[in-house]
Design a protein around this ligand. Structure first.
Ligand SMILES: [Mg+2]
Length: 195
């Protein structure tokens, strides 16, 4: 399946809403294994995305993803801003000529995060949510259980990338905040496509 503009806008708007509603949860998760600001950072990014899309309502997918990317890069800060920014910027380039399959779109975003963060699956990062979502979309098996399973796996992992990696074994038992905000992104997608 392909995500068309109207649904893609709904997707981004729902994500923004979830970030604003779950600011405290994301901060708490980041307090346990990071510096406690992921909720605040993502909320700032969420508001910047809304501002940007309100100021200029995008009339194509490339512009929608690009506006999202720029807002994230400029306002989120920390490690997450550039990572989400790269994902959406790469996705914006991928849909420039013509729309692509949703599974391919999410894989493009995932690959962008891997490249930008020099990281891969199993390092207790947002990739541990993005990659299984992409895989399950490709297999036509994407639903809430994919997100739930990804988060429970992330919780058991020892962080080997990012600030949480300094905690080594102590990072185990905590959900990575970037994985959780990515879960909000894909729960928003589920609401839109009705998976
Ligand atoms: Mg932080």
């Amino acid at each position: 399946m392909k995500l068309e503009l109207t649904d893609a806008k709904k997707w981004i708007n729902l994500f923004v809403e979830k970030l604003e509603n779950n600011q405290a949860t994301l901060n708490e998760l980041d307090t346990a294994i990071g510096d406690g600001d992921h909720g605040t950072n993502m909320d700032r990014g969420a508001k910047a995305v809304t501002d940007s899309l309100t100021k200029k309502d995008p009339d194509n997918l490339a512009d929608l993803y690009k506006a999202t990317a720029f807002a994230m890069i400029q306002k989120v800060g920390g490690a997450s801003g550039p990572l989400y920014g790269t994902a959406f910027l790469d996705m914006s380039k991928a849909v420039k000529e013509e729309n692509i399959e949703l599974s391919d779109l999410i894989q493009v975003g995932t690959d962008g995060i891997k490249r930008r963060g020099q990281s891969d699956v199993g390092m207790k990062t947002m990739i541990d949510v993005w990659q299984p979502v992409s895989d399950s979309l490709r297999a036509d098996k994407f639903d809430q259980s994919v997100v739930d399973n990804a988060l429970s796996k992330v919780k058991d992992l020892v962080a080997t990338k990012g600030r949480a990696s300094y905690l080594e074994e102590k990072s185990k038992g905590h959900i990575d905040p970037g994985a959780q905000s990515s879960a909000y992104l894909f729960e928003s997608l589920i609401e839109v496509i009705g998976a």
